[in-house]
Ligand binder design. Structure first.
Ligand code: PNS
Length: 166
């Protein structure tokens, strides 16, 4: 069974992420979406919330499993016996960071291969950061996320706003 590990923050899970998970399912038997702890970011959702949300968005995709990981990606790759890392490449601007990350991972473990896939053009500008930003500023963000994500994002924005007015 060929398994690919798809790591990221997924805060929140977008149509771009879903697009990649579906595409990767055409090449791999199993796609493990691996939610990473990233201490630099102040997340919109907890890891557990993200795990439940992604499971909900992918419940029609039997090849998808969702896990959480702390520490190094190469260790998660081994733990889940995945054959490669999957990352999305949207624009040229993603490339430098992704190249560095792929080469660092391969330097740490020379068997670590990274596969890049491109989302459809209509998802090629969608990022979690921008979805969060436009949603927080009151724009209609529903075209950028799976329908299952709309209510949780709206609820979190309401909670942020209420906390601000307290
Ligand atoms: O969605 P993101 O935030 O771009 O994902 C980045 C992520 C989580 C894939 C990356 O930060 C990561 O792999 N973190 C785990 C720590 C690690 O292994 N670092 C060394 C490789 S750069």
């Amino acid at each position: 069974m060929k398994t690919v590990l798809y790591p990221g923050s997924f805060d929140p899970f977008t149509n771009g992420h879903l697009d990649l998970v579906v595409r990767a399912g055409l090449l791999f038997d199993q796609v493990i979406v691996a939610i990473a702890v990233n201490s630099e970011k102040s997340p919109m959702f907890t890891m557990e919330e993200r795990r439940e949300q992604i499971e909900c968005c992918c419940r029609h995709l039997p090849h998808v499993r969702v896990v959480m990981f702390h520490g190094l990606l190469i260790d998660a790759l081994e733990r889940y016996q995945a054959h490669a890392v999957l990352r999305g490449l949207r624009a040229f601007s993603d490339f430098e960071y992704e190249l560095q990350m792929a080469l660092m991972n391969r330097s740490l473990r020379n068997t670590c291969e990274t596969i890049f896939m491109m989302p459809t053009q209509e998802n090629s500008f969608v990022s979690s950061r921008m979805v969060k930003e436009v949603a927080m500023l009151g724009a209609d963000f529903r075209a950028y996320v799976p329908p299952e994500m709309v209510a949780p994002i709206e609820a979190r924005i309401r909670a942020f706003r209420e906390a601000k007015h307290d």
